[in-house]
Design a protein around this ligand. Structure first.
Ligand SMILES: Cc1ncc(COP(=O)(O)O)c(C=O)c1O
Length: 443
């Protein structure tokens, strides 16, 4: 029988005699490479130990004087777990709610087959904040587009009257909806798709921000198209923002052809872009919306689909569900993540701090017009794109930013995204910009 001994907490956590606090960054990397799935390539030579405050990570780097130890440094978190921590790390309101829930209220886990008293509160909070009729809780972000896909098809057959097995879901080129089979079937990224076929059928792609291409497809196949499943801003593609006129025109086209507008707000929701949900920036309302990431306040994975009564109404018992989707602790976390969004006015801070960072980046672009090609952003979802030259490499910029006390990560080889917690303070924004200026000037 395999021998396993697990002792201690934190740095004293010891697995089969190996104490976590003794491992150097290189040793962490070696264990991951030996025992993990090798499906990520994290920044080299740095390991996060803990958080110091809502936007500061404490990380461990190699000690140049002693290979057997490491040094600890502060890092401004310029990514906040890809917008999962909009409320800031260890947001006190959410932490207090979790501690109270686990130690006083005491209802961590029961399944959906028996009613628990926090579901009602979760549904009231999430339908109120999304201004939607119904909400279905899930767990991982990818489950939100996955469920929107299923809902689109069933609504297409049962309500729109699409002939059986002929439903089409339209998605945008360059999309990112996650990593399940449906999500990679929607994708046109060869890295995400290679050798994972055969893919889910019934998908058509159109260029993002091209209303004529969409209109042409709708005119050609509209009677079989159930939904246009799309991100309001393409985050993973490098913060790609459509023209202001695009979304109202899309909403109109969807109405004209009786096609659902299903928006994936997993990354753009919960205040990130300066509105509670990015579609609100354009004065439109989708029929379905998927949320994730910050819906769990940076504490737990929580996702959900919010939508119209008659669309979510196609679900029946047994057609959808998940053990941990809407379990009591997740409901409590999400209720308080939503409370923080409202009470701390996170969307407003995203607008103010976002404008500050955009101004800095515009200044840097003016200073280095031969290096920075474009600056894009809404609220605190911001990216700068560099010209396509060998030395202007996003990964190198990310590594250099680490040496300047900032954690950010390239989205593509020449684009770097900055998406800090929405609780970030003015001086931290200045520090991020100063670090970027320094790094760019030395490239
Ligand atoms: C728009 C969008 N949808 C879905 C996902 C998938 O979320 P998760 O990684 O939590 O499954 C992401 C993750 O980045 C995303 O940006």
């Amino acid at each position: 029988m395999a021998e396993l001994s697990i002792q201690g907490y934190g740095d004293d956590l010891t697995v089969n005699g190996i104490r976590i606090g003794d491992l150097t960054p290189r040793e962490h990397e070696n264990i991951e490479k030996e025992k993990g799935g090798r499906n990520y390539s994290p920044l080299e030579n740095v390991v996060v130990s803990h958080v110091q405050d809502s936007s500061t990570l404490i990380c461990r780097k190699p000690n140049s004087e002693d290979v057997k130890s490491f040094v600890e440094e502060e890092l401004i978190d310029g990514l906040c777990c890809y917008s999962a921590v909009n409320q800031g790390q260890l947001n006190q309101t959410i932490v207090d709610a979790v501690v109270h829930h686990l130690t006083v209220d005491k209802l961590p886990t029961v399944p959906r087959s028996i009613r628990h008293k926090y579901m009602a509160a979760f549904l009231m909070a999430t339908t109120a904040i999304t201004e939607m009729d119904r909400v279905v809780p899930k767990v991982a972000g990818v489950e939100a587009p996955e469920l929107m896909f299923k809902l689109s098809r069933r609504w297409g057959y049962r309500v729109k009257g699409i002939p059986e097995n002929e439903a089409i879901v339209v998605a945008a080129r360059g999309n990112f909806h996650g990593r399940t089979m449906t999500a990679v079937s929607l994708s046109d990224d060869p890295d995400a798709k290679s050798d994972f076929g055969p893919f889910v059928p019934g998908i058509e792609l159109v260029p993002f921000n091209d209303i004529h291409a969409l209109e042409q497809l709708f005119a050609e196949k509209g009677d079989r198209i159930a939904s246009f499943l799309v991100e309001p801003i393409q985050g993973e593609a490098g913060v790609i923002i459509a023209d202001d006129s695009y979304w109202p025109a899309v909403a109109e086209l969807c109405k004209k052809y009786n096609i659902l507008l299903a928006m994936d707000e997993v990354q753009t929701g919960f205040g990130r872009t300066g509105a509670n949900f990015a579609h609100q920036l354009y004065g439109i309302k989708p029929d379905l919306m998927g949320c994730g990431k910050a819906a769990g306040g940076g504490i737990l994975p929580v996702s959900f689909v919010a939508g119209r009564d008659d669309v979510i109404g196609v679900l029946t018992p047994g057609s959808e569900g998940s053990t941990f989707g809407g379990y009591p602790l997740a409901c409590v976390v999400s209720i308080f993540a939503t409370k923080v969004l409202v009470d701390q006015n996170l969307a407003k801070n995203a607008r103010i701090r976002g404008a500050q960072l955009m101004q800095h980046f515009e200044d840097i672009k003016s200073e280095f017009p031969d290096k920075i090609k474009e600056v894009r952003g809404k609220g605190l979802l911001i990216a700068f794109e560099m010209f396509n030259k060998p030395q202007l490499d996003g990964h190198r910029v990310s590594l250099e930013l680490l040496n300047h006390g900032v954690y950010a990560k390239e989205t593509h080889h020449s684009t770097v995204r900055i998406a800090p917690a929405l609780t970030i303070e003015a001086w931290q924004i200045d520090n991020i910009a100063e670090a970027v200026r320094d790094v760019i000037s030395n490239l």
